[in-house]
Design a protein around this ligand. Sequence first.
Ligand code: AMP
Ligand code: MG
Length: 419
Amino acid sequence: MIKQPSCNDSFEQGAITVAAAVTAILTATPVIAEYQQRALRDCLHGILFEDIRSPCDVPAHNNSAMDGYALRSADLPAASSRSFQVIGTAFAGKPFTSECQQNQCVRIMTGAMVPASTDTIVIQEDVNVLDAEHVEIGTGHRKNQNLRFAGEDISQGSTVLQKGSRINAAELGVLASLGINEMTLYRKPRVSFFSTGDELRSIGETLRSGDIYDSNRYSLYGLLKACDVDIIDMGVVRDDPEAIRQALLAAARCSDVVLTSGGVSVGEADYIKDILQDIGSMDFWKILMKPGRPLTSGKINDTLFFGLPGNPVAVMVTFYQFVLPCLRKLKGLPHKDVLTLKARSLHAIRKNPGRREFQRAIASTDAQGNLQVALTGKQGSGILTSMSQANCFMVLAEECGPVEAGSEVDIQFFIHYFD
Ligand code: AMP
Ligand code: MG
């Protein structure tokens, strides 16, 4: 009798590594060479389709970095202190427009335009106020102090952001500082997804004996939301070949990527692979990883397809490892390895060489500030709370054997997958 592959196998004929699967996925993934105009706020997490050049200097004018007095550096006292006549006040947004003459100064607030003919700000703490119109200023000051120069952040005409950059909070601010309210971004990928399984009920439905609530659609929704893609949630599809075929065809017609969960292992109700083979092209991979070993990928016409496993943790792990790199490339982001850090394992961990393991873990710092990492507890691929408690994966490489408590392991924070 031929032995069916099992999740307990460490080495397997025909199985491929995680890295090989990622390479194959990226090779099959195009960059969406379409763009869309978006208003500034709607650009958050989007990817620029154009270089952004500055239409102006930022700051637009020389301005004061402090509250104090603006004066001409030629008047700065060299030996003893000197009295200056205060001839007015410059506020941010309300410039002082007259000229400053010899031994005169202007009261100035942070952000206010530096008055013509002045080039130096003496902070108010360094000034002795003599009366309403006079201040005394001592030695030790230098020309240009406490001044922010026009264009010192961004000069007019310079490239501020390059095509392929992602718009995060700081970029929104930078673009706003240039007065840019609309720009050209890569078109968002459209991603449809549905869950398969006769046991699955949507929230609000009554659970019969043997039923469970569909959780994968919700964790996938959460992951996709963080990716700036357009999401089409197609609900639950029964373990019925015709229903799955129709759902796949409908999803493929309107999406760049279709994701399903469940129905890709070797059980009797696992139809996805056969259907995909029929309506598109299909790769079924046994991947040297845990959890998430069976993964189906392929294409229906030009639409990319991922048949994720059914187990809720495996869904999230395979999304992070395979779907995210694909979405990043589609969106126009260059490939980047996820930041991997070293941490001291607080546990001994049983592991056989052979598969790459993504254990759910909590990283923190010890009293010396060094990274340490603890597992979340039970690591079964159905235990979704292990993902919710964790802030990182402990990544144990294929060749790695048992881990001793106190030894160094690799970790990847979840947040870095979205960098
Ligand atoms: P399958 O790959 O379809 O055999 O599913 C593997 C396991 O994951 C089974 O225990 C399923 O009940 C469970 N599962 C599949 N899909 C979901 C889902 N959408 N939400 C929660 N559990 C699921
Ligand atoms: Mg199933």
